[in-house]
Design a protein around this ligand. Structure first.
Ligand code: HEM
Length: 179
């Protein structure tokens, strides 16, 4: 039987974009701004059933980010977008190789031209190592993603307690579907 991915259907495929902007914490300059290029591969992986009650349609993704100026790999991320058709809710789980994981939930809006999804969590949706809790603690995460035809735009805000301050670490990019 064909799986209904609902608002996640348009994600499936490979996306590339070189208009990314990252604002990240920096101990010397308060913040660093990195222009980046990015590839995201979203793969449909079917459904899961939880506690014989909840069915989630899941799309797995892997993303790679390289800084434009020196091509350095500055971010890697993997996770799942999941749609609960009964509740019409969306969740996004992600892991990054700083030993930080996040689960954020929210809603999708689908109309004839585009799909917009917004998910968010406070610290209750964050798991991180003791080191990160002490030194670079993620305290909340919010992510909006909009797909119009073959263009995907996302904006995300990760609040990080670091260097004695609460830092608004933001990332955004506009990507084009390449397959
Ligand atoms: C496109 C997305 C992202 C990019 C390009 C990016 C890039 C960066 C960069 C360049 C730094 C500074 C590293 C350094 O030189 O110290 C950083 C720091 C950090 N990022 Fe991200 N990041 C992204 C998304 C995320 C997400 C989704 C999270 C967590 C949910 C996250 C958590 C952190 C944390 C906790 C730090 C502080 C570590 C430190 O600077 O010592 N980032 N990020």
């Amino acid at each position: 039987m064909d799986v209904d991915y609902g608002p996640l259907t348009k994600l499936i495929g490979t996306w590339k974009g070189d208009k990314g902007t990252d604002i990240a914490p920096d101990p010397d300059e308060d913040q660093e701004i990195n222009k980046f290029r990015e590839t995201i591969v979203f793969t449909d992986i079917g459904t899961v059933t939880n506690a014989e009650e909840q069915t989630l349609a899941a799309v797995h993704y892997v993303l790679n980010v390289n800084r434009i100026s020196d091509n350095a790999p500055i971010h890697h991320q993997t996770g799942y977008w999941m749609w609960d058709k009964d509740k019409d809710s969306v969740s996004h789980s992600l892991a990054i190789p700083r030993a930080v994981c996040v689960v954020a939930s929210g809603k999708a809006e689908v109309n004839a031209k585009s799909v917009s999804i917004e998910v968010a969590t406070d610290i209750s949706g964050v798991v991180q190592t003791e080191f990160m809790s002490k030194k670079a603690k993620t305290t909340s995460f919010k992510n909006t993603i909009t797909i119009t035809d073959d263009t995907l735009h996302y904006f995300e805000t990760t609040m990080v307690d670091i260097y004695g301050n609460s830092f608004e670490h933001t990332d955004e990019n506009t990507l084009t579907r390449v397959s």
